[in-house]
Design a protein around this ligand. Structure first.
Ligand code: PMP
Ligand code: GLN
Length: 413
């Protein structure tokens, strides 16, 4: 998919957005996101889609029934701009129950159109030209796109693969944090690496944020999808409550990615800033879904069961990838695994992970995402991860078994 180029002297925000997400070609044409491209490839070729991360089993029936009831009860007009009161209360109760956080549902919570809107509205509200915004690298694509949209400068600190998984390079983090640092966008559990940041790593981030007086926006959409590792919200660290916006979403936790019900919480003045922007992005959305997700948030068993079943599916896919010739970094959270194809590429006559992903449907009937899609084009991290590809394991066991059988064919290819 591409649109016709505009004259090169134009500096429209959409171009900055596309460039920041690595989607703008030198000739001015713009590509679809890697998720859209790879999902379309899967549909076109009939390959098993282990690219875009969405579950192939819906969330619980009682949540669906609650949404149906809400529609029948007439909750079909605009919800309040902040979100329906029962969902704001459920978010506050969830944060208190899981993390002992005291959150005021009336002034410190904002319901958003997924985590995506929470992220973009936060970045647009609080950063602009001249500011630096630091993310980990690799990073989730929308983080970079929103920084591009705001006009701020994107700087990164790498997660480096090693025996303990992908770990934060704390020295690089400190070096990247200049006096112009305005915001750190964190993501733990981390997409695409599956890293769950340790308390020590988070303490290093918190120290930098305090030193530079930066705001921390933390994307915790996979907070419940961990496999033995402890998820520590950065807002619980000393001195962080006054500078942190914590974001999550029902899409991942309850397997309703299409409902796009997300939220954020933080100090009232930061939430007011984000609300000011958010109200002119969507104003509000998902009126009947919000009360249903309020019901879901009271239920801790569904996410616990999902995490337990994902741990088994992770092991199934990781073993299959190893048998197929990949080197695998076992994720401690999320539903993604990074697989290093360094040993496979020469045998397949391929240059890198991008080529592998374009050819994988034909070679093995499977779709994955190249790790460089989560990096700045040409960065040191992009080079280091040029042979890595990301697979998702949030698919039914029989689908993963079939994928593993197909991938085993790569060894003979
Ligand atoms: N952040 C991360 C790290 C994600 O992986 C995703 C996508 N699932 C999102 C945000 C977007 O969440 P939502 O669908 O709630 O907008
Ligand atoms: N978060 C999903 C992933 O990482 C994709 C969502 C999207 O397509 N934007 O696969």
């Amino acid at each position: 998919m591409s649109t016709s180029p505009l004259p090169a002297d134009r500096t429209d925000r959409w171009q900055a957005t596309a460039r920041a997400a690595g989607l703008l070609a030198a000739d001015g044409t713009v590509a679809a996101t890697i998720f859209a491209e790879m999902s379309a490839l899967a549909v076109r070729t009939g390959a098993i889609n282990l690219g875009q991360g969405f579950p192939d089993v819906d969330g619980p029936d009682f949540v669906k029934q609650a949404a149906i009831r809400a529609i029948e009860d007439g909750r079909n007009q605009y919800a309040p701009g902040d979100g329906v009161p029962e969902l704001r209360r459920a978010v506050a109760a969830h944060q208190e129950r899981h993390y002992a956080l005291a959150v005021d549902p009336d002034n410190e919570v904002l319901v958003t159109t997924g985590a995506t809107e929470a992220l973009t509205a936060s970045i647009l509200a609080l950063t602009g030209p001249g500011d630096e915004v630091l993310t980990l690298e690799p990073f989730y694509d929308s983080h970079a796109a929103a920084i591009g949209m705001s006009g701020a400068t994107h700087v990164t600190a790498p997660l480096v693969p090693g025996p303990d998984g992908f770990r934060l390079d704390v020295e690089a983090l400190r070096a990247a944090a200049s006096s112009r640092l305005r915001m750190i966008v964190l993501n733990s559990p981390h997409n695409p690496t599956g890293t769950v940041l340790t308390r020590d790593e988070l303490a290093a981030v918190a120290a930098v944020a305090r030193e530079r007086d930066a705001i921390v926006v933390t994307d915790e959409v996979y907070e419940h999808l961990t496999f033995g590792a402890e998820h520590v919200p950065v807002v619980t660290l000393p001195g962080m409550a006054e500078r942190t916006l914590t974001i999550s979403s029902s899409g991942k936790t309850f397997s309703f990615t299409g409902w796009k019900v997300g939220w954020l919480h933080g100090p009232a003045e930061l939430v007011t800033a984000v609300r000011t922007v958010k109200q002119f992005l969507t104003y509000t959305s998902g009126a009947p879904f919000q009360p249903a997700i309020a019901r879901a948030l009271d239920d801790d068993e569904t996410p616990r069961a999902l995490a337990a079943s994902l741990a088994e599916r992770r092991d199934l896919l990781c073993s299959g990838l190893e048998a197929a010739g990949f080197r695998v970094t076992r994720p401690a959270g999320t539903y993604f695994v990074m697989a290093d194809a360094t040993d496979l590429l020469p045998r397949l006559g391929l240059r890198d992970g991008v080529e592998l992903c374009r050819r994988l449907p034909e070679l093995a009937g499977v779709v994955a995402i190249p790790a460089t899609a989560f990096c700045r084009p040409g960065s040191a991290t992009a080079q280091a991860l040029s042979a890595h590809v990301r697979f998702t394991f949030v698919k039914r066991e029989e689908v993963l078994r079939e994928a593993v059988v197909r991938l085993a064919g790569l060894r003979e290819a």
